[in-house]
Design a protein around this ligand. Structure first.
Ligand code: FES
Length: 180
C-alpha cells in the first residue's frame, strides 16, 4: 500500500468487507458507521486481554479507558495498550516495543477466579507511575492462545520491569517508571 493516498478507501469494497476489516483492527484506530441503515459497531460479548509475544496488551470488549479522547471512538471496542513502558502515547501502544526490543513470551502464570459472566463494562485506569488497573469481568489470554486467567480486578504491568508479567509486582518503583 506504500504511498497510496488516501490509504484507506472503504468505498471500493462492500460494507460487509469494511465491517469485517474494521472488526479485525486490533488497535481501535478504525471504526465504522453506516451511512444508511445497518447497525452501529458494538462491543464483543466477552472482555478479553491478549498478552502478545514481545508486544502490547490487545484488549477487546466494552471498554472505558482512562486516557482515551472523545475522537478515539474505536477504542471503546478494541485497542492495544503499551506494556513495554516506552510508548510516547501511553496508555496506548505506539510500536516502541519494536525499537526497544521488548522481550516477553506472553505467558500468564496465574489463573484468577471463576467468572459467572464475561461481559459488562471493563474499566481501565492508569495509576500514576504505576500499573493499569482493570475493573470488570475479564479473561486474559496468553500469547499461545490459552485462556489463562479470569477475574474482575487486576493490576497489569505497563513499565516493562515486572518479574511476574503481565501482572504488576511493584517493580515500577525500583525501575523509576514515570507516566501519567
Ligand atoms: S507497572 Fe510494571 S511492575 Fe508495576
Amino acid at each position: 500500500m506504500g504511498g497510496r493516498n488516501p490509504w484507506c478507501q472503504p468505498n471500493l469494497v462492500s460494507s460487509e468487507e469494511v465491517v469485517d476489516v474494521v472488526g479485525r483492527c486490533p488497535t481501535g484506530a478504525l471504526t465504522y458507521q453506516h451511512k444508511v441503515g445497518g447497525s452501529p459497531e458494538t462491543s464483543a460479548n466477552t472482555n478479553t486481554v491478549v498478552v502478545s509475544y514481545n508486544g502490547p496488551l490487545f484488549v477487546r470488549g466494552d471498554l472505558d479507558i482512562d486516557g482515551a479522547t472523545e475522537d478515539m471512538t474505536g477504542v471503546k471496542f478494541r485497542t492495544a495498550l503499551c506494556r513495554c513502558g516506552q510508548s510516547e502515547h501511553k496508555p496506548f501502544c505506539d510500536n516502541s516495543h519494536e525499537k526497544v526490543e521488548f522481550q516477553d513470551y506472553g505467558a500468564v502464570g496465574e489463573t484468577g477466579q471463576e467468572l459467572n459472566q464475561t461481559g459488562g463494562k471493563l474499566t481501565i485506569k492508569r495509576v500514576k507511575d504505576g500499573p493499569l488497573l482493570l475493573s470488570g469481568n475479564v479473561t486474559m489470554i496468553a500469547s499461545s492462545g490459552r485462556e489463562a486467567w479470569h477475574g474482575t480486578h487486576t493490576a497489569l504491568c505497563r513499565c516493562g520491569a515486572s518479574k511476574n508479567k503481565p501482572f504488576c509486582d511493584g517493580s515500577h518503583q525500583a525501575a523509576g517508571f514515570v507516566a501519567d
